[in-house]
Write a protein that binds this ligand. Structure first.
Ligand code: ATP
Length: 217
């Protein structure tokens, strides 16, 4: 059975943390494909000028240009309004039959999962991969005992756990295979303030794009 991971987020901008996750998980989980799903953004966020979907998509495309298995989806960008993750996963399950679907999130998203619409359904309908993130603890007390039983904690244990041939949906794999301390919010601030060194946190092509189009100025 084909294995495809989907990674939802703002990607504003995509950074080396996101890319390390894509590359590392593709090899660790033997994925056939790894797909970034940039989120729909409300055109007018109160807190700041939104980065257009075109720019976020372009930066992701540049960042993944040379990767054969890693790509970018327009599934949320083509919708008239922001879908809930549960809706996107429902659609992906229809679009990708006979596929083992993984949904990827960082530790901060995992700790917030109770705020997601129909979160228990989300956690049951596909497999999940939760990636540790520097500065964020991963806990399990916030989810139900039934969900805790589906958690496969691979930390400090790489290689000795088994994904299984088509092991049931709803497994939640915890991995510390990636530890990159980059945050898009911090990065945007550094770019705006001209803090030297920000270029090193994104692929070179993305840095050039940000400068050429003055994305965060
Ligand atoms: P922000 O700093 O604004 O929260 P972000 O860097 O988390 O942005 P997003 O596009 O919001 O970027 O992240 C998408 C997903 O990637 C989320 O699930 C988030 O937890 C995860 N993620 C982002 N950066 C990292 C990282 N360095 N390590 C692990 N997970 C990460």
């Amino acid at each position: 059975m084909k294995r495809i991971a989907f990674f939802g987020g703002s990607f504003d901008p995509v950074h080396n943390g996101h890319l390390s996750i894509a590359q590392r998980l593709t090899s660790l989980f033997g994925l056939d494909e790894f797909v970034f799903i940039p989120a729909f953004h409300a055109p007018h966020k109160p807190d700041r000028r939104p980065t257009s979907a075109y720019d976020r998509f372009a930066m992701l495309s540049l960042a993944t240009r040379d990767e054969t298995r890693i790509s970018v989806s327009k599934i949320e960008l083509e919708l008239p309004e922001k879908p809930y993750t549960v809706e996107t996963l429902e659609r992906l399950k229809i679009d990708y039959p006979n596929t083992r679907i993984f949904f990827v999130m960082g530790a901060d998203s995992w700790m917030d999962i109770l705020t997601w619409r129909e979160w228990e359904k989300v956690l049951a309908m596909v497999s999940h991969i939760v990636v540790t993130r520097p500065g964020y603890e991963i806990g399990f007390d916030h989810v139900t005992g039934e969900i805790r039983e589906r958690i496969v904690d691979t930390r400090n244990n790489n290689g000795t756990w088994d994904l299984g041939p088509g092991a049931g949906e709803g497994r939640i794999y915890i991995t510390d295979a990636v530890l990159v301390d980059v945050s898009a919010t911090e990065l945007r601030k550094e770019i705006k303030d001209g803090v030297p060194g920000w270029h090193g946190q994104v692929p070179a092509e993305v840095a050039k794009y940000i400068e050429k189009y003055q994305i965060y100025k």
